[in-house]
Design a protein around this ligand. Structure first.
Ligand code: GAL
Length: 339
């Protein structure tokens, strides 16, 4: 290469570097905004974390770790790298991005992670939907971490007691600390099965029954010794009318009580699909509906519909639409008087 060519090539490299730096600056400005301080929930729409970027944490769950006085929100990280993300908060409105806590690597489909904290063994256990393109592997996966913010290491993946498993929900009994997974099961989610986990939450037991509920996104709560199971129908990323079921035992039998979304004009669960019901500590019967607004596809910018769930005096589950609401919706629990 002669000296003229060398100088032209040097100038082109400088121009290329300049363009890359400027364009990434423009891109960063487009995706990251000034962080906002929130004092309420606004279902749907943009929800920025402390880094000024829309929260990318779909189909997951929230846990509260008492010893750390912190909420952790886990879900699908649909941006790159794909896997599970974690956000932390002390008020449920403002979230700090803790990053990707499990990189899915070679796994083709990684969906609906649910985390539980094992207080006895001081570890965090994540269950998730493990699958291949086409959703035909249909397995449960399990991963473990010593820290709430990962990294989570995958321990196993398999079909529970030989059954297909896709969308999952989780319920932890606050008294017995027993945990259960509700999973959309055989014949491509034709029914939901409920399986009890081992005491260390690391494996499924053979206590595994077809609870004859239909069919995806199961969320579970218990009030007055009645279990309420909230599910969507099966229409991919497109929302549909939900149903809820009740039972006096978590393993059933369950009976279908219809659609709990009140005044839902679009008949589409306020344009959302259930992913979890989180019982907020410190309040009386404060059940938080966590729903995903997929907007036609599982994308990093898919939104969240968080709403309060009401169990009426006569035992019905109801969800009403609120454009904006906050935790004053619930009654704070009375603190025990100091001795
Ligand atoms: C939904 C399911 C999502 C995802 C999607 C793919 O029915 O709830 O988690 O699997 O299908 O189409």
């Amino acid at each position: 290469m002669n000296s003229i060519n060398r100088s032209v090539s040097f100038q082109l490299s400088c121009l290329r570097a300049f363009l890359v730096i400027s364009l990434s600056g423009i891109f960063f400005q487009a995706s990251a905004q000034q962080p906002t301080t929130y004092t309420s929930f606004k279902p749907g729409g943009k929800w920025l974390a402390d880094d000024g970027v829309h929260i990318d944490c779909h189909g997951g769950n929230i846990i509260y770790v008492d010893s750390l006085r912190t909420f952790y929100w886990y879900g699908e990280h649909r941006g790159l790298p794909r896997g599970a993300s974690c956000y932390s908060s002390t008020d449920l409105y403002n979230w700090k991005n803790e990053g990707v806590v499990l990189d899915k690597g070679e796994i083709q489909i990684f969906e609906r992670p649910k985390v539980i904290y094992d207080e006895k063994n001081r570890q965090y256990v994540m269950w998730f939907h493990y699958d291949g393109n086409g959703y035909t592997i249909a397995e449960l996966g399990v991963a473990v971490s010593k820290s709430p913010t990962g990294p989570f290491i995958i321990k196993d993946h398999y079909r529970p007691n030989g059954h297909e498993s896709r969308d999952i929900g989780m319920y932890i009994d606050p008294e017995t600390k027993k945990a259960y997974i509700g999973y959309a099961a055989d014949h491509t989610n034709l029914t939901i099965r409920m399986v009890e986990l081992s005491d260390d939450y690391l494996s499924t037991t053979t206590n595994d029954v077809d609870i004859q509920a239909h069919c995806e996104g199961p969320g579970i709560l218990k009030k007055n010794n009645i279990f309420y199971l909230l599910t969507s129908q099966c229409s991919g990323w497109t929302p549909n009318p939900a149903s809820y079921y009740t039972a006096t035992n978590i393993m059933g039998p369950y009976s279908n009580k219809g659609n709990p979304f009140i005044g839902d004009a679009g008949n589409n669960s306020f344009n959302s699909q259930p992913c979890y019901i989180f019982k907020i500590p410190g309040y009386v019967d404060a059940y938080l509906y966590m729903g995903d607004r997929w907007n036609g596809g599982g994308r990093p910018d898919s939104e969240y519909v968080f709403l309060p769930i009401t169990i009426t005096g006569d035992g019905k589950m109801e969800l009403h639409w609120y454009k904006e609401w906050d935790l004053s919706f619930f009654t704070p629990q009375r603190r025990r008087p100091a001795r």
